[in-house]
Design a protein around this ligand. Structure first.
Ligand SMILES: Nc1ncnc2c1ncn2[C@@H]1O[C@H](COP(=O)(O)OP(=O)(O)OP(=O)(O)O)[C@@H](O)[C@H]1O
Length: 791
């Protein structure tokens, strides 16, 4: 395949004409949607049907305006020309774009333009001017090769800066040229290498312009089933996972827009790093979160030792929690006195241990979750107490006493069923009865169960058969300080054991209300932002006046039914939400308990799981995929492998490969796609010189980013010494990666990349964890250009 940079100015100006026409059309579309959104926002009242239609319209146009804004950069990036009479992959409703004439009108031959969204001619025939990269008609752009051209004669990458075409890279798909090519197998080599060599910004970019064939197959794999993508560092697993989300939402829109897609990433820093990729792919049906975010209402950020998190991740914790719930279902050693206030003032009843035991058995046998089984327990106890009371007040204690009172010789008072029912009703209002029931079978929130277990030696002793003394001691902690990410699967497990009662439903309703207000604020913000730079004043005024007259809470009230929230917004508030698809990044780090939670969120088992078992750092993580999925889908999961490293140049990968061999000699490092000619350097660490080394390395990458990766135990010490000497440095739990220099631990650097990386004290990194070699491997593979090691 021959690649050539076409600098032919006539060609560039020809493409400029087409691209400018596309931007004009995009402006029109954005203004039209903004205007319609403003009109709907101004309307009030009407029939319920009119209201529903209006709310759907608001959701639709809000999405559209956001989408049109997000595709501004690089709207059109490709063009396919076909052999005469052929147009591969063309589908009904998506005819090829046509070259514009000088006035921007479409005429002449039939090239197909590829871009970030689909754009159609406004005219009667609605011809396709731009094919969405996810459409079947765009596929040859990623897959056609000289050996299998699929009718494609020429593939052209169109490079733009803002709205200006700056360069064209052409590949002519003919076999002769392909034989001479150095990098056979790469698609759009020039555009790819240019993207890979570009300076990093601290934000991940989309790769729609240069998706490679092996990646395209994964992105477009069928929706159903579990797909595991195993790949070494830099093979594009994260990029592929995100583009797959965008592809699935486009292709299975109806199904997934009502159920949403969940993407789970390893930490907050990573989520910020990838958060811009999806909006620029213009997708809103996606919920991004870390494991710590997956229990609505809890923000789990507590730090805890890796060894403790590992214990919490073990499958036995499901049994531990079940035992902890049973432990809360109390059995008194002695009869419990209950003094009545209203039903029979001053009377004292005695609740026998045997009665409680029988009620507990009955409630447990119902197989209902704890909070829901309480009703059965209550009924049993109240029945027993009512019978006791009836007996007490129904039998005159002086009946046989010749000196008895006025009513002697008395008769037994007989209660019929209606009387007994009345007594039971009365008893249910008695404060001491209620207090006793609460003590015997307390209604619990998941938070109370989990925090209560770890806060008490006594409660932990109740699970002694399942955990050793030292494991229980490790779990013991003060409830102040909140929850840790490893507690979230436990909270979820606890919620299952406790069941969804009225209180959980009320909490959900409140979270949905808050989500509606946030959504309404977003819609108003988008309406304001929809005014294009070139919009006439009139349009601007129209939109702004609409956003002035309605506030977020008013708009939220209009949506009281909750229907207008996107599925992703509703899913964020609802623990029991079943997602249409779940994507897990850095999946090797998840514990068995975390997988239990994710499987609950995805009953359809439609999942994409990406990771690298050689990079596992968490003690609770996995070193093989088999064990994870067997309990859920047996062997019905598919494995795809990515073998090309797009990030790390060959010179750096050679150093990392030595560490990989120490992890497992059978593992093969991914093959680097490029060389830089810059060898990694190694020097002895002189702490006093560290700031200077950092300054020098940062200077080497100009506008790019430098990551300094240090042992966790030395983060504070080394970070401070660097921060004192280097401006624009960030360190801390959630570093702002847009700053030029970041000092990080391996854990924080996971999934990220920098133009240059300095790894400090590798021996200490290895020594810090039983998975220290894996950590070092991660640290060494974060650089796109330069690597330095201070030993
Ligand atoms: N087809 C592509 N075109 C352009 N850039 C690409 C392509 N594939 C991957 N990249 C780039 O390579 C880099 C590594 O990708 P990514 O972070 O997705 O890899 P990864 O497999 O998740 O790595 P790790 O396991 O180390 O976290 C990113 O900068 C990404 O944008």
């Amino acid at each position: 395949m021959g690649a050539a940079l076409s600098s032919n100015s006539a060609e560039i100006s020809h493409e400029q004409g087409y691209v400018s026409a596309l931007y004009r059309r995009l402006d029109e579309m954005r203004e039209q949607s903004g205007r319609r959104l403003a009109t709907l926002l101004r309307q009030t009242g009407g029939t319920p049907q009119a209201k529903t239609e209006r709310d759907s319209g608001v959701a639709l146009y809000t999405d559209q305006v956001a989408q049109y804004g997000a595709v501004e950069a690089g709207l059109c990036f490709g063009r396919l020309d076909f052999d005469e009479g052929e147009a591969a992959g063309e589908v009904a409703g998506e005819p090829a774009g046509e070259a514009p004439s000088a006035d921007g009108r479409i005429a002449g031959e039939h090239p197909r333009y590829i871009g970030r969204i689909g754009i159609f001619d406004d005219g009667d025939d609605h011809r396709s001017l731009l094919v969405d990269w996810r459409a079947p008609a765009a596929r040859p752009f990623y897959l056609a090769t000289a050996a299998s051209p699929d009718g494609v004669r020429r593939r052209r990458h169109i490079r733009t800066r803002r709205r200006t075409v700056v360069a064209l890279d052409d590949e002519v798909l003919d076999l002769e040229a392909a034989r001479e090519s150095v990098h056979e197998g790469l698609t759009g080599e020039a555009a790819l290498l240019s993207a890979l060599s570009a300076s990093r910004t601290g934000r991940m970019r989309d790769i729609v312009e240069t998706i490679q064939a092996e990646q395209d197959h994964i992105i477009r794999a069928p929706l159903d089933g579990v797909l595991v993508v195993q790949g070494g560092p830099g093979t594009g697993k994260t990029a592929v996972a995100l583009h797959r989300a965008a592809y699935l939402l486009y292709t299975h829109r109806r199904e997934l827009s009502t159920r949403a897609v969940l993407i789970v990433g390893p930490n907050e820093t990573f989520l910020r790093y990838i958060s811009q990729v999806l909006p620029s792919l213009a997708e809103t049906g996606v919920l991004l979160g870390t494991l710590g975010d997956l229990f609505p209402g809890v923000i789990a950020r507590r730090a805890e030792p890796a060894e403790v998190a590992e214990i919490k991740g073990r499958p036995v914790m499901a049994d531990v929690l079940a035992a902890a719930v049973r432990d809360r279902q109390r059995l008194p050693d002695e009869p419990l006195p209950i003094t009545l206030e209203t039903a029979a003032q001053g009377e004292t009843l005695y609740l026998q241990p045997a009665t409680v035991r029988a009620a507990r058995e009955r409630a447990r046998r119902s197989d209902r979750p704890h909070n829901l089984a309480r009703a059965i327990f209550d009924t049993e106890i109240v029945h027993a107490l009512a019978a006791q009371l009836a007996e007490t007040i129904g039998t005159d204690p002086y009946a046989d006493d010749p000196l008895g009172g006025d009513d002697a010789p008395g008769e037994e008072i007989l209660f019929d069923e209606a009387d007994l029912a009345e007594i039971r009703r009365e008893l249910r209002k008695e404060p001491e009865v209620l207090g006793t029931l609460d003590w015997l079978w307390p209604i619990l929130t998941p938070q109370q169960l989990v925090a209560g277990l770890f806060a008490s030696d006594k409660r932990l002793d109740a699970v002694a058969g399942l955990l050793t003394d030292s494991e229980r001691a490790a779990l013991r902690r003060d409830p102040a300080g909140g929850f840790a990410p490893a507690d979230v699967p436990l909270l979820d497990e606890a919620a299952e054991l406790l069941g969804e009662d009225e209180a959980s439903k009320a909490a959900l309703a409140e979270r949905l209300r808050q989500a509606r207000v946030a959504y309404a604020e977003g819609a108003l913000e988008i309406a304001r932002g929809s005014v294009s730079i070139d919009a006439e004043d009139e349009v601007e005024n129209e939109i702004l006046s609409a956003t002035d007259i309605i506030g977020a809470s008013e708009l939220a009230e209009r949506h009281e039914d909750g229907d207008r929230l996107t599925a992703a917004q509703r899913a964020a508030a609802d623990r029991t939400w079943a997602f249409g698809h779940v994507i897990v990044d850095e999946a090797q780090e998840l514990s068995p308990m975390a997988w239990r939670l994710l499987m609950r969120r995805c009953p359809s088992r439609s999942m994409t799981v990406v990771g690298d078992v050689a990079q596992t750092g968490d003690l609770a993580g996995t070193s093989s995929w088999d064990g994870i999925f067997a309990p859920y889908v047996a062997d019905r999961w598919r494995l795809a492998e990515l073998k090309v490293n797009y990030r790390t140049p060959a010179e750096i990968m050679a150093v990392a490969a030595e560490v990989l061999a120490r992890i497992d000699p059978a593992l093969e490092p991914p093959r680097s796609v490029r060389q830089t000619g810059v060898e990694p350097w190694t020097r002895v660490l002189d702490a006093a010189q560290l700031p200077k080394v950092v300054i020098d390395e940062a200077a080497e990458v100009g506008d790019g980013r430098l990551g300094v990766i240090v042992p966790a135990g030395r983060l504070a010490e080394l970070g401070l010494s660097i921060a004192e000497a280097v401006p624009e440095v960030v360190l801390g739990a959630e570093p702002d990666l847009e700053k030029r220099v970041a000092v990080l631990t391996v854990r924080q650097a996971k999934g990220l990349e920098f133009d240059a990386v300095v790894v400090v004290d590798p021996d200490a990194i290895v020594a810090e964890s039983p998975r220290g070699q894996n950590d070092l491997y991660v640290a060494l593979t974060r650089a796109t250009q330069r690597l330095g090691i201070l030993t």
